[in-house]
Design a protein around this ligand. Structure first.
Ligand code: ZN
Length: 173
């Protein structure tokens, strides 16, 4: 990059250090022409491609905000939301892509949200996966039940219990 003082097109790195969490590098640079020093910060870029085609920088705050709505009235703290957003970011970064589809973000949210609160998970999934009938809720709840009951007799229980599913679906909508 150009020197921010004299616009000289080159600079020399005199020091570089990684941030504590390892997500960025600060470089102290010196301009060979005017000898002034400046700092650059290097982070892996991560942008979100929205359905409209518009690209915007990834934001943990936006993730937490979207999930917060699904968590209304649930025993989920701000710390839980921050941690979830961090896990989502780690998942997305580990994919190695610099641009992430908005749909993939929803997908990355579902796993950790399900561990956090099953009701919030159903609310979020119902919007994200566009549930449009009670059957969609039933199917999602059946999967949750089957996983909770374990692999042994879980699947049978989930099917037998499906009349009990409707109250849960109503409260989730
Ligand atoms: Zn300069």
């Amino acid at each position: 990059m150009h020197c921010p003082f004299c616009r000289h097109p080159d600079s020399r790195v005199v020091d570089s250090r990684t941030s504590d969490d390892g997500s960025s590098i600060r470089r102290r640079r010196q301009c060979p022409q005017c000898n002034r020093r400046f700092t650059t910060v290097e982070t892996a870029s991560l942008s979100v491609v929205k359905r409209s085609g518009v690209t915007e920088p990834f934001s943990r705050e936006k993730i937490a905000g979207g999930v917060r709505k699904a968590c209304q009235g649930r025993p989920v703290s701000e710390d839980d939301l921050a941690l979830l957003a961090q896990r989502v970011e780690e998942t997305l970064r580990s994919s190695g892509s610099a641009e992430i589809d908005a749909y993939e973000i929803g997908l990355a949210i579902l796993g950790p949200l399900r561990e956090l609160d099953e009701v919030a998970y159903l609310r979020f999934a119902s919007v994200y996966q566009a549930f449009d009938s009670l059957e969609d809720f039933e199917a999602a709840i059946t999967v949750l039940r089957a996983d909770r009951d374990g692999v042994d007799e879980g699947a049978q229980d989930a099917v037998a219990g499906d009349t009990a599913v409707t109250p849960g679906a109503t409260s989730a909508s």
